[in-house]
Write a protein that binds this ligand. Structure first.
Ligand SMILES: O=P(O)(O)O[C@H]1O[C@H](CO)[C@@H](O)[C@H]1O
Ligand SMILES: O=c1cc[nH]c(=O)[nH]1
Length: 237
């Protein structure tokens, strides 16, 4: 059975999924960490690979950029493919002065400027949070990573990469927000709506206030080792 955006047969995508935004990062991650990775869908260039991670079936599939895109793929995976757990492995801009480029952030909540939290329930703005069991697992998995700082805290999902409003950034930082990206809110909302589990783990690819260490486009595709190690071990925790 295919969906409008995935051509894999049911059973060809594992219940555990790693989901970067970038399709090229997805392919690299799949080939790096999965044994015997097989390409099972590539509609619109969004590749999905399935193999095993330390003997457990696991898939890697990209989400594309932005909340509408991640909502499409996550909904189809939870609703039609029996996926149980999705962990986003993305890049973000660091906001907090305590986070440096290349640090890892585990998103304990996702603030947003998107209208999505208002769409599911009339007259309510949902609190968008990851599943507790994945967050708990990430706490354990992060302990094995010694060489990269791992921060736990809220992040901000923005609908516009370039619309950075100083007053918004300042207010978010005062509330302890660690970084900005574009999908976690959509993934957390979709998991709640579809009865799945979700978490976002991010690598800071740039800093809003100090561009001196910012990653190049190539580094954003390839610098993911600590984040992916935590995410894969959390999926199987
Ligand atoms: O690196 P990925 O996972 O795509 O994540 C970040 O990068 C993209 C913007 O450049 C957005 O998708 C944002 O969320
Ligand atoms: O969405 C993103 C991703 C990386 N860096 C940013 O500033 N924003």
């Amino acid at each position: 059975m295919a969906t409008p955006h995935i051509t894999a047969d049911v059973g060809e995508i594992a219940p555990l999924v790693l989901m970067p935004g970038d399709p090229r990062r997805a392919e690299r991650i799949a080939k790096d960490i999965l044994d015997d990775p097989k390409l099972v869908s590539e509609v619109r260039g969004i590749g999905a690979w399935t193999g095993t991670y330390n003997g457990t079936p696991m898939s890697v599939m990209a989400s594309g950029m932005g909340i509408p895109s991640v909502c499409i793929y996550a909904t189809e995976l939870y609703r039609f493919y029996g996926v149980k757990r999705i962990i986003r492995v993305g890049t973000c801009g660091a906001m907090s002065p305590n986070v440096r480029v290349r640090d890892v952030i585990v998103a304990t909540a996702a603030h947003t400027n998107s209208s999505l939290p208002h769409l599911f329930v009339p007259d309510a703005s949902l609190s968008l949070a990851p599943s507790f069991s994945l967050l708990h697992g990430a706490g354990h998995a992060a302990k094995a990573v010694k060489d990269v700082p791992v921060h736990f805290g809220p992040i901000y999902s923005s609908d516009h990469f370039y619309l950075v409003k100083p007053a918004t950034t300042e207010g978010l930082i005062k509330l302890g927000t660690l970084g900005v990206e574009m999908e976690a809110t959509g993934l957390y909302a979709t998991a709640m709506a579809e009865g799945g589990e979700a978490l976002a783990i991010l690598t800071a690819s740039d800093h809003l206030f100090d561009p001196s260490q910012d990653m190049t486009a190539a580094e954003r595709e390839t610098s993911y080792q600590a984040m992916v190690e935590i995410a894969a071990n959390t999926l199987v925790f």
